[in-house]
Design a protein around this ligand. Structure first.
Ligand code: URA
Length: 242
């Protein structure tokens, strides 16, 4: 049970002080009865706002098609961010909605967002080896012979990137054409895909993430998102099921 003013403020409806006026106006009910005041305690499932249930009171997990040009950081000095694509109420939630890992400003594609810190930790931990698949466009042709060599190196788990202390985990490379590659990683180091290709003398000029675990973008166009069930990644024993 939580105080009504806290519940409304944390779900982004209003500030705690505004909640008092709102509750006094009679817009909030608890189990069908007009709410008594901001300090009243209630289960989120029993609360209606103007007759409507609360907006995802147990937490949010979203799958977003990240467009190019937006950053995943909340730091406004880093430029326009992906959170500006979300409804204003969700932008005011506490805990805040944050991305599960990051994509660069110049990378598009599938990114998960959540207000569940446990999910962020589980799905970004290299321990869980969640596969993430990228489509990379190269600036120059990669001959089939060279592609075979690079694929073997990426798969070997021995590739050392400049200024890193440990080699990259084994990654799966499939060429779609001479300049189009599909690379699947189980970790998420800074600029990893671009740096892996750069280490082999190839510049990535476009990068798009197509899969995260078993999830795909489906029909979402850039900027669109869909809500996923919060338990999408949990099996009955609580282990990650990505
Ligand atoms: N690798 C990159 O280089 N950039 C991304 O955004 C993700 C993976």
């Amino acid at each position: 049970m939580r105080r009504l003013d806290q519940l409304l403020a944390n779900l982004g409806y209003c500030s705690r002080s505004e909640a008092r006026d709102w509750i006094d106006s009679g817009a909030i009910t608890v189990r069908g009865e007009t709410a008594e005041g901001p300090a009243q305690k209630a289960h989120a499932a029993d609360v209606l706002v103007d007759g409507e249930p609360l907006d995802h009171p147990d937490g949010l997990l979203l799958l977003l098609h990240k467009p190019l040009g937006l950053v995943c950081s909340h730091e406004l000095r880093e430029g326009p961010n992906i959170y500006s694509l979300l409804p204003a109420r969700w932008q005011r939630r506490n805990p805040v909605i944050t991305s599960i890992g990051r994509l660069d400003k110049d990378t598009s594609g599938l990114i998960l967002l959540t207000d569940q810190s446990l999910l962020v930790h589980r799905l970004t931990s290299p321990k869980h080896k969640v596969p993430k698949r990228y489509r990379a466009t190269l600036a120059s042709d990669l001959s089939p012979i060279r592609a075979t060599e690079i694929a073997a190196l990426f798969a070997s788990g021995t590739l050392m990137l400049p200024e890193e202390k440990t080699p990259c985990a084994p990654a799966d490379l499939t060429m779609i054409s001479l300049r189009e590659a599909e690379l699947t990683l189980t970790e998420g180091r800074y600029h990893q895909v671009r740096r892996m290709f750069a280490s082999q003398g190839h510049e990535v000029i476009a990068l798009h993430r197509t899969h995260f675990g078993s999830l795909e973008l489906g029909v979402l166009t850039p900027g669109q998102w869909r809500v996923l069930p919060l338990n999408s990644f949990y099996t009955v024993d609580g282990a990650t099921n990505a």
